[in-house]
Design a protein. Structure first.
Lengths: 238, 120
């Protein structure tokens, strides 16, 4: 997804979390194109804002289809839906979603698109990415791997603490822990973990905290399982 | 060599900041909570301080208040997350100089740190 408005980004992330969609957020159309290149074009759908800069949503969709040769469905997000832009959408994209995102219509539209393009829907590893870590550590692989061990150890400890605080009903402490571990999920580019931490930290109401914590633990387990497969030599989950 | 105090409790963020700032040629001290930070601040002077706002034991706001009272010339960059707009505004009102959103872009961090160290 390419979305510059932080509230819309969070709205969409929360819908994705509830629907079980694995979400990757990019800052611009160019970032999205780089992401496709780095990740072997593995995505089922691109949702991009019409006014993205420097390439707008239609130009990005055009580039992805003509230059990268991807049969990837693209949905353009807009503030309003004038007739002329619908014609552009027919040429470059598969549809238009109006903002602010409304849960029911967003789910309906996206599920319709995914059903129309079933050949792309496949099980892919979006549990984590090392792109950010490799960037920040300047390609120093040892530091990247040490960070993965740090992720496993530190987040595991904090998740245990989350359970303790939940039993004690210390919701402020739960918010603090979620705030503290959110960057760990972000550094592995795990949107689901980031989104749950965000919900716990900022908007989550107390009644939904047990479910959110359970979801976070499942997501963490999924990441560490994949890391153990990919890096059996590391001390992951041990 | 410029001396930078990093006050942050996430070990992955600490590791990445330490790597990047040391690579850029700075001396880096790490405080994992507000109490350790207060101890460092009482013992030494720093050219720049990077601090989170939500910290164990002593909050970021208390730390900023202490730094502004005792070492007002030391620039402070807040390490924030994208959902802390109100808290960031409060921090600016207390006199912090800049903020960087976690996880930060390596080049953005280098440039912002360099800008404040050149002023010092």
């Amino acid at each position: 997804m390419v979305e510059s408005h932080i509230i819309e980004q969070e709205n969409f992330a929360y819908i994705a979390l509830q629907e079980g969609w694995q979400l990757v957020i990019c800052n611009s159309g160019i970032d999205a194109i780089h992401w496709f290149n780095k990740n072997n074009n593995k995505a089922d759908l691109l949702v991009i804002e019409e006014g993205s800069v420097p390439l707008n949503g239609y130009q990005t969709a055009d580039y992805i289809k003509t230059e990268l040769g991807l049969m990837l469905p693209v949905l353009i997000t807009v503030g309003t839906v004038p007739t002329q832009q619908e014609l552009r959408a027919i040429a470059y994209a598969e549809g238009v979603i109006k903002k602010p995102f409304i849960k029911s219509t967003t789910i309906l539209q996206i599920n319709e698109i995914l059903e129309r393009f079933p050949e792309r829907a496949s099980v892919q590893n979006f549990s984590y990415s090392l792109n950010y870590l490799r960037d920040i550590f300047d390609g120093h692989e040892e530091s990247v791997l040490e960070s993965l061990e740090l992720f496993s150890k530190s987040v595991n400890t904090e998740l245990d603490q989350l359970n303790v605080e939940l039993q004690d009903k210390d919701y402020n402490r739960i918010r603090e822990i979620a705030h503290s571990i959110k960057p760990s999920f972000e550094m592995l580019e795990n949107e689901t973990g980031r989104s749950i931490c965000n919900r716990l930290n900022s908007e989550g109401v107390e009644t939904e905290m047990p479910r959110l914590i359970q979801d976070l633990q499942l997501e963490f387990a999924s990441i560490t399982k994949q890391l153990t497969r990919d890096f059996p030599e590391l001390k992951i989950g041990r | 060599m410029k001396k930078i105090l990093v006050i942050e409790d996430n070990p992955m963020v600490i590791k990445s900041l330490e790597f990047k700032l040391t690579k850029d040629g700075h001396e880096v001290l790490i405080a994992k909570d507000g109490r350790v930070a207060m101890k460092f601040l009482k013992e030494a002077n720093f050219d720049l301080i990077l601090t989170d706002l939500m910290l164990p034991f002593v909050t970021g706001k208390e730390l900023i208040s202490y730094i502004k009272k005792n070492s007002p010339q030391t620039p402070i960059i807040v390490l924030s997350t994208s959902t802390q707009e109100n808290i960031i505004m409060d921090a600016f009102n207390m006199g912090v100089d800049d903020f960087i959103t976690k996880p930060f872009s390596p080049n953005e961090l280098s440039l912002r740190v360099k800008r404040f160290l050149n002023k010092a």
